[in-house]
Design a protein around this ligand. Structure first.
Ligand SMILES: Cc1cc2nc3c(=O)[nH]c(=O)nc-3n(C[C@H](O)[C@H](O)[C@H](O)COP(=O)(O)OP(=O)(O)OC[C@H]3O[C@@H](n4cnc5c(N)ncnc54)[C@H](O)[C@@H]3O)c2cc1C
Length: 400
């Protein structure tokens, strides 16, 4: 960490120290750029876990944090999706199996506290990365640099800024990029639990009329739970005595793993969506939730962000290696072109799936059921869905 009197100049300044921001800072520093990370320390109270697919794991390997994390993570080999809507038109159950794609596992489930701790430690040790423990207050985009001012008097200059300061990004606002926001009548209740029966490295997603109820494997006989319900129901669940809540959740899980014992305090996350009309500005690139937010279905959020990070590093490193100005409009446009389809299609698909659970409109339910029916019966279609949803790309190309 650095205390300074006059602004230092960096190739790239990353603003925001969530998993997307810290990963971006580390990958870019590893590519040889001088990087400033302007970010307050990460929140140790985040009790969530994150299922990360192959390409995100490749990013963590690239920045050297994966070996330690793997010991604390659970492999995810199967994903069961069960229609628990109780409606007239119900979809058949579908199981996605990583062996069908020739993979040992789709990815791993990791505690956010472990992930954030590993990324923070790596940021402290990276050679060309300087961490400024501050929040961004103001930013200005000048002709030949970006100027960033932190709330503790920190001043940084850089050729390019990367906005990773989350859904309420100040840096994105300073660049005048207006986003589209929407909300859902849903809250995710999140906790971890132990259970009697082994999960066999399987996650189970029940699709209920209020949203998904998802158990994701953790090491041992433990799983993390994301239970999406109405705001009133979330408040009721969080207010229950632990033993009553355990029974209620076991009932909702149809006792699939036997008895539940809750091991963490329930936390609630109101669900919302956000979409940025563009992923770049003058001397600016957006990654992670500064550009896209959607409900936690199918573990898409941070996986999409890690693909932003991988593609941004790839584009900038290739430009720098060939002697081009990596911060130029042309190079940033190449990043936007590379990311647009993935970001837009993911935001649309997750939103549509979530809304299809909430609606009573028969044709929509029928369409969702037909999709799951085809996934169950037709191998190539199922494998296409797996590749698109869970393992899009398994490589990670960067400047050699
Ligand atoms: C219940 C739930 C379960 C989820 N499960 C999964 C999953 O299994 N798999 C998956 O891929 N995704 C999952 N997601 C999505 C995932 O958690 C998010 O996509 C991810 O946390 C976003 O990371 P981020 O770094 O973009 O943003 P954030 O984590 O929001 O980080 C933004 C950072 O910016 C900092 N910041 C804010 N303002 C400033 C400022 N002015 N200056 C400097 N820094 C600032 C904040 O302190 C924060 O550290 C889940 C989400 C929810 C709600």
């Amino acid at each position: 960490m650095e205390h300074q009197k006059r602004p230092s100049h960096f190739d790239i300044a990353v603003v925001g120290g969530g998993p997307a921001g810290r990963s971006a800072a580390l990958v870019l520093a590893r590519q040889g750029f001088s990087v400033a990370l302007l970010a307050p320390d990460s929140d140790p109270a985040d009790g969530r876990t994150t299922a990360l697919w192959q390409k995100s794991i490749a990013v963590l390997k690239e920045i050297g944090v994966w070996d330690d994390l793997e010991l604390k993570a659970a492999p995810l080999q199967k994903m069961r999706m069960i229609d628990d809507t109780g409606r007239l038109v119900r979809a058949p159950e579908v199981t996605f199996d990583s062996s069908e794609l020739g993979l040992n596992e789709f990815g791993f489930n990791i505690r956010n506290s472990d992930l954030n701790e590993a990324l923070s430690a790596a940021c402290g040790n990276a050679d060309t990365l300087t961490h400024f423990n501050a929040r961004l207050e103001t930013a200005s985009f000048e002709q030949d640099h970006v100027s960033l001012n932190g709330d503790n008097g920190t001043e940084i200059r850089a050729n390019l800024a990367v906005a990773a300061d989350g859904r309420s990004s100040r840096l994105r606002d300073a660049a005048g990029i207006e986003v589209k926001r929407w909300s859902y009548p849903q809250v995710a209740v999140v906790l971890n639990l132990d259970h009697d029966r082994p999960h066999q490295n399987m996650s189970v997603e029940f699709h209920t009329p209020s949203g998904p109820f998802t158990l994701v494997a953790l090491p041992g006989r433990s799983s993390s739970l994301v239970c999406v319900v109405t705001a009133e129901e979330a408040e009721r669940l969080c207010g229950l005595d632990t033993s009553v809540l355990e029974m209620e959740l076991e009932r909702r899980a149809h006792s699939i793993f036997g008895k539940f014992r809750i091991t963490t305090k329930p936390q609630s996350f109101p669900l919302s969506g956000l979409s940025a009309p563009k992923l770049v500005g003058k001397r600016l690139a957006l990654v992670g939730e500064t550009a896209h937010v959607f409900p936690p279905i199918g573990a898409q959020g941070l996986n999409l962000s890690q693909r932003d990070v991988g593609d941004l590093a790839d584009v900038l490193a290739k430009a720098a290696a060939s002697g081009k100005d990596f911060e130029s409009d042309t190079i940033l446009a190449a990043y936007e072109t590379k990311r647009s389809a993935d970001v837009r299609s993911r935001t649309f698909a997750v939103d549509a799936l979530n809304r299809s659970l909430l609606t009573d409109f028969l044709p929509v339910q029928a369409a969702r059921s037909a999709g799951m029916y085809l996934a169950d019966k037709i191998g190539p279609f199922r494998r296409l869905l797996m590749r698109e949803g869970i393992a899009p790309g398994t490589g990670f190309q960067l400047r050699s």
